[in-house]
Structure formats: C-alpha cells, structure tokens
Design a protein around this ligand. Structure first.
Ligand SMILES: [Ca+2]
Ligand SMILES: [Ca+2]
Length: 90
C-alpha cells in the first residue's frame, strides 16, 4: 500500500489481530473495547507520529484499506454521535 505510513510492531505485535466482531480497537486493549482511548491512540498516530496500532486492521476503522483521517472521523462519529459501529473484521 502506498500511504506513506510504515507500520511497525506496537506494544503487542499481531496479538489477537482484529478480534471479532468489529474493527476499531486501535489501542489493542484486551477487552476489545472501542472507546475514547482508541480515539486518542489514532489521533496520536496520525498527527504526532505516535506508535502504529499493533493491529493494522483494527486501526483501519472504516475498512478502507489504510489508516487516515476518515478512520478518526468514523470513530468520533461512533463514540460521540451514535454513528454506525466499525465494520466487521475481514
Ligand atoms: Ca480499545
Ligand atoms: Ca481507513
């Protein structure tokens, strides 16, 4: 993929990568929760060169095939605006 983003191993490389039912557990917490800590993680990754998500698929919240600002928008919409949940893991 040509996103200019290099994925490196996170805290728990490939551990439980994309746990069903959905994407969005960007910080790879063991409860597979999609919450504000995931939002913070993705903001940190996109804007301040924070660590990449351990599981790229979880970080690709909207399932577009890359991690970018649309994933951030999707997770904000889900958490704060009652938007649709992230799509299923592939
Ligand atoms: Ca999480
Ligand atoms: Ca995406």
């Amino acid at each position: 993929m040509e996103t200019g983003i290099t994925f490196m191993d996170g805290l728990y490389p490939n551990a439980n990568c994309c746990v069903p039912p959905t994407r969005g557990n960007v910080d790879n917490d063991p409860l597979d929760a999609v919450d504000i800590s995931d939002l913070i993680y993705i903001v940190d990754f996109i804007f301040t060169q924070g660590p990449a998500p351990a599981c790229e698929t979880e970080g690709d919240v909207d399932g577009s095939g890359e991690i970018d600002i649309t994933d951030l928008v999707h997770i904000v919409d889900f958490i704060f605006n009652g938007g649709p949940p992230p799509p299923s893991c592939p």
